[in-house]
Each structure stands twice: as C-alpha cells, then as structure tokens.
Design a binder for this molecule. Structure first.
Ligand code: COA
Length: 161
C-alpha cells in the first residue's frame, strides 16, 4: 500500500476538502458532522480554527499523489481521538484502512479513541481492521442528520507487554 500517504494540509486542498465534506451520502454515513456542510464561509472558519489549534493534527490522504481524503487527531476532555474521511471516488480500495494505519503510527498515545455512528459499517470495518474494539454505545444528537443517532465509542488499547 505504498501508494497511499499522509501529508500536511495546504491551502490548495481546501476546495477538495469542502466538496468532500458536503457529499450528502457521506454526511449521512458519518452523521456527527457540522449541521450545515454546504456553507463555504462556515467551513472556512471551521477548518481555519482546526489548523490553528496546536492539539489538532490534520493530514491530507493521498493515493498515488492525488487528493483522496483527510485524516486527523484531536483531544477532547483529555482523550486523544482519531477520525478519517475519504473522498467517494476513492472508496472501497483500502484507502481508509491504510490512512488510519499511517495515522496510528504518528499518534503514539494509547488508548486512542474514535466515535462513529452505529450504522456506519464501513468506518466500523476500518477501525476493526486497525485493532480498535468497542468500548461503549449510546444515543447522541447527530447534526448531519438532525436527529439522535446511536454512537459507538471505539478504543485502541495499549499493547500489553
Ligand atoms: C468510512 C470510510 C473512511 C471507509 O473508507 P474506504 O477507503 O472506503 O474503506 P476501505 O476500502 O479501507 O474498506 C474498509 C472495509 O470497509 C468495508 N466497506 C467499505 N465500504 C463499505 C460500505 N459502503 N458498506 C459496508 N462496508 C464497507 C470494506 O469492505 C472493507 O472491509 P473488508 O476489507 O473486510 O472488505 C469512507 O467510506 C468515508 O470516508 N465515508 C464518509 C465519512 C465517514 O463516514 N468517515 C468516518 C467516520 S467520521
């Protein structure tokens, strides 16, 4: 899988990231997104805040050098969480699985956490293939769908010596 890489996010990537994050089918999968993914001004503010935040690490996923998605890590209440979003034209070829594997090698904190909608079978498969196991589940408001959705918390635990 050497043709999939992570690199720093650049200004030139923002149009592709905006288009990817407003894909209605992908928003329905992810569910826990911003409420209005179609507004460019709010996207620009949202991503600028993340690029400024020292505890956020945000990478572009490339497939054979071309834009294929984003992968990142951030801290919430002291817990380190990871997330990944792959552009629809790159789905189903292992890009998400490999992007998360690359992200995990850059994020040494364990446990690492991830939150996904219970209906997001593909994201759950990507987490499982990278060693995450289910920790808990419960309903939470999902802005992308405008209603409560079952959310599952996954954890990548420390390897026991
Ligand atoms: C979830 C996502 C990251 C998966 O990326 P991907 O590159 O398509 O995933 P992979 O190709 O690595 O596939 C991983 C596994 O998921 C399975 N899978 C892929 N798409 C699937 C789908 N639509 N439904 C069910 N399973 C699916 C694959 O079969 C594979 O399992 P296998 O190797 O055992 O067959 C991608 O669909 C995505 O970004 N979706 C929109 C945003 C999102 O939901 N992000 C994650 C939560 S924030």
């Amino acid at each position: 899988m050497g043709h999939i890489e992570l690199r720093d996010l650049q200004d030139d990537d923002l149009d592709a990231v905006f288009e990817m994050l407003r894909d209605p089918g992908a928003v329905a999968m992810a569910a826990f997104t911003r409420a209005d993914t179609t507004n460019r001004d709010s996207f620009d503010e949202w991503i600028a805040a993340r690029r400024r935040a020292p505890e956020v690490s945000l990478h572009v996923v490339t497939e054979r050098g071309g834009f294929a998605g984003i992968a990142g890590a951030f801290t919430v209440d002291g817990d380190r969480e990871v997330t990944c979003w792959i552009a629809r034209n790159a789905w189903g070829r292992g890009v998400g699985t490999e992007a998360l594997r690359l992200l995990l090698s850059r994020e040494p904190t364990r446990p690492l956490f991830a939150r996904v909608a219970a209906h997001n079978t593909a994201a759950i498969a990507v987490l499982g293939k990278n060693g995450f196991t289910e920790l808990s589940r419960g309903d939470a408001y999902a802005p992308g769908l405008g209603r409560d959705v079952e959310e599952v918390v996954y954890a990548l635990l420390p390897v026991l010596e």
